[in-house]
Write a protein that binds this ligand. Sequence first.
Ligand code: B12
Length: 217
Amino acid sequence: MPVDIKQLTDFLLEGNEDQAWELVESEAELFDSSHLAFEVLTSAMQFVGKLWEENEITVADEHLATTTCDFVLSRYAYAKKKSKQPSNGKRALFLCIDQEQHYLGLKMISLLFEEYGWETRLLGANLPLEYAVDTAKKWQPSVVGISVALLYHADQLSNYVSELGDLSTPPEILVGGRLASNYDLSKYCSEKTVLVPGLKEIKLWLEEKKGDDSNHG
Ligand code: B12
């Protein structure tokens, strides 16, 4: 049965954590595939955005939908803990650039990496560049995932890409978020940066990496 996005959106807007969770949990297809579950939650949050744009809901409603969606994501991750793949020994660091508040997508991506056996650190919204660089130096992730949603943050993106790329052991940099889905961000990135428009593409990337690992013993 296809999920009723309108109903899920209503549960998020009401702050109805249990009903929102049950809708995701009761649908076997969604419970089995985080990819599908995250796709459905993304659509519901985009619908929230549309309602806000049309003045149908307030900023407070939007915040409540966000915290409820965040709760559902955490509960999903907890419920799926046992089906995680064994550790692949690799680290991925996730952050939003300075002033960027939209972190739900970043959290979804971090959870997907965990399912694939990565060790992750989710630094969430609004991380100034100096702290991104400092953490990458100390923790030595092989991947840094950066999220950016708003166009006026794009200029800053190039500083993150170049400073992280200049580290003595530079991580692979993945850039995603609403802006990466809607614009060509390559002029703010380096040749090595991987631009990821959405869930389908990151799943392919994770599968490819898994294949590389098994090919190299
Ligand atoms: C919730 C929300 C907020 C919340 C954010 C809360 C939070 N903690 O995330 C709050 C209320 C704080 C907020 C604030 C603002 N928002 Co807002 N917000 C939204 C809303 C409704 C949903 C965002 C969301 O969670 N989407 C769902 C997630 C899952 O989608 P996603 O981020 O795209 O992530 C997916 C992919 O992009 C990918 N991905 C994401 N990150 C990464 C990272 C990597 C490494 C990879 C590989 C992939 C990846 O994975 C996800 C999988 O599906 C959107 C509407 C929309 N259409 O998105 C507006 C929206 C993005 N906001 C908007 C605006 C204008 C603002 C404000 C400027 C409003 C204001 N005047 O204050 C501020 C700016 C705050 C800031 N400085 O960042 C506009 C942007 C319009 C534009 N042209 O730029 C939108 C589109 C609303 C609208 N319809 O106009 N917002």
